[in-house]
Design a protein around this ligand. Structure first.
Ligand code: PLP
Length: 369
């Protein structure tokens, strides 16, 4: 670990490699792994993550929005990139930057074909999104005949893959529902195969799908959270390494006499002599107010120091009474001694929200050790 002089999110590419190898060990050799690098690589650094994954052999990426795909192209990523949630306003840019759209409704299918024809495209790769029960995006079975009509009328596009998304792959209580989703997916995919007379790639599994439903790997799996080191389950977490460590330093130390208060609205009052430290990280950095008032804490040299009072926009205060430390010392919010999932739970949230919420103000530092 490198020493810090300011707030940083340290991203460890060796941990990414470890997680990638673990996920690969869960799927057959001929199944492709798509690296999901949306939302700045789940709050890390999407281009560095994509470069490392590419070096490890990942041949396909996914992002949520067009601008995220463009950022990867600008960073020199040349692999195919699936845009999971494009809007018709982005279609020209999608084609200009060789991004591949998820087509999830008749409206976007029609609009994308029109744009592809206008730009003189032949067999431009598209990905058909099927709604098998999440009810978020995608075609349902009765809409497929309409899709076939559009595809018959134009050779500007070609279906490269057919995919869907699981609603509860991490939840064993919803096993029945997940199996139903898989059944619907197989049935709809088969009818598309028959109609198109060729076989696009099939994919449905996210990280928990890879782990809990090996029969759902099909031709490709899409992993996000697993690559970043989370398994949505304590047992699986043991095999993975969170890639991010959120660190900062002690800016200033104060000694409070009994009765003195700390921070906005005087939310903490010392009942005895109390040593406090002020840290240069606040809710504008993604450490939300839910973590304040003793609900979460940080680590200084493996000693726990609770957050006291209200988290401010740019700062927060901790109780360091009895901890041997000084101004300038390193403080760890998550990673190292505190698993991010444990920290997230103290703020009433989950790993996905915690890590994607670390704002762009926090400096990202890439390490490989
Ligand atoms: C975000 C996303 C994924 C990745 O899911 P994880 O649980 O992070 O592995 C896969 N597919 C779709 C459609 C997504 O939106």
């Amino acid at each position: 670990m490198s020493t810090v002089h300011e707030t940083t999110l340290e991203i460890n590419l060796k941990s990414l490699e470890h997680n990638y190898n673990y996920l690969k060990s869960k799927i057959a050799k001929d199944v492709k792994l798509m690296g999901v690098v949306k939302a700045f690589g789940y709050g890390s650094e999407s281009a560095e993550i994509a470069k490392k994954l590419s070096a490890l052999g990942v041949g396909y990426f996914a992002v949520a929005y067009t601008q995220e795909g463009i950022a990867l192209r600008d960073a020199g990523i040349t692999e195919p990139i699936l845009v999971l949630h494009p809007q018709s306003a982005n279609f020209e840019e999608i084609i200009e930057r060789c991004l591949e759209p998820s087509i999830y409704s008749e409206f976007v299918l029609n609009a994308f074909i029109k744009t592809a024809e206008k730009l003189g495209q032949k067999e431009y790769p598209i990905h058909l999104k099927l709604n098998t029960g999440l009810n978020r995006l995608g075609f349902i079975a009765p809409e497929l005949n309409k899709v076939f009509e559009y595809l018959k009328k134009s050779d500007a596009v070609k279906v490269k893959s057919i995919f869907s998304h699981l609603a509860a792959s991490e939840d064993w209580k919803e096993r029945e529902f997940t199996l139903q989703q898989l059944g619907k997916f197989r049935k709809m995919a088969f009818s598309i195969f028959q109609n198109l007379q060729y076989k696009p790639l099939l994919h449905i599994a996210n990280t928990s799908g890879i782990i809990n439903y090996p029969e759902a790997a099909f031709d490709m799996v899409r992993s996000g959270i697993g690559l970043y080191g989370f398994g949505n389950d304590e047992k699986i977490d043991e095999n993975l390494k969170p890639i991010g460590t959120l660190k900062t330093i002690i800016s200033q130390i104060h000694e409070l006499a009994p009765g003195e208060s700390v921070g906005y609205n005087r939310a903490f009052t010392a009942s005895e002599k109390t040593m406090t430290a002020t840290l240069p990280i606040g809710h504008a950095d993604g450490v939300n107010r839910q973590y304040g008032n003793g609900r979460a804490g940080v680590f200084i040299k493996d000693q726990y120091a609770p957050i006291i009072g209200n988290v401010c926009m740019d700062m927060l205060m901790i109780d360091i009474t009895g901890i041997d430390c000084k101004e300038g010392d390193e403080v760890i919010l998550f990673g190292g001694p505190q698993h991010p999932t444990v920290f997230a739970a103290k703020g009433n949230t989950i790993s996905y929200e915690l890590i994607t919420g670390i704002s762009q103000r926090v400096k990202r530092v890439i390490v490989e050790e």
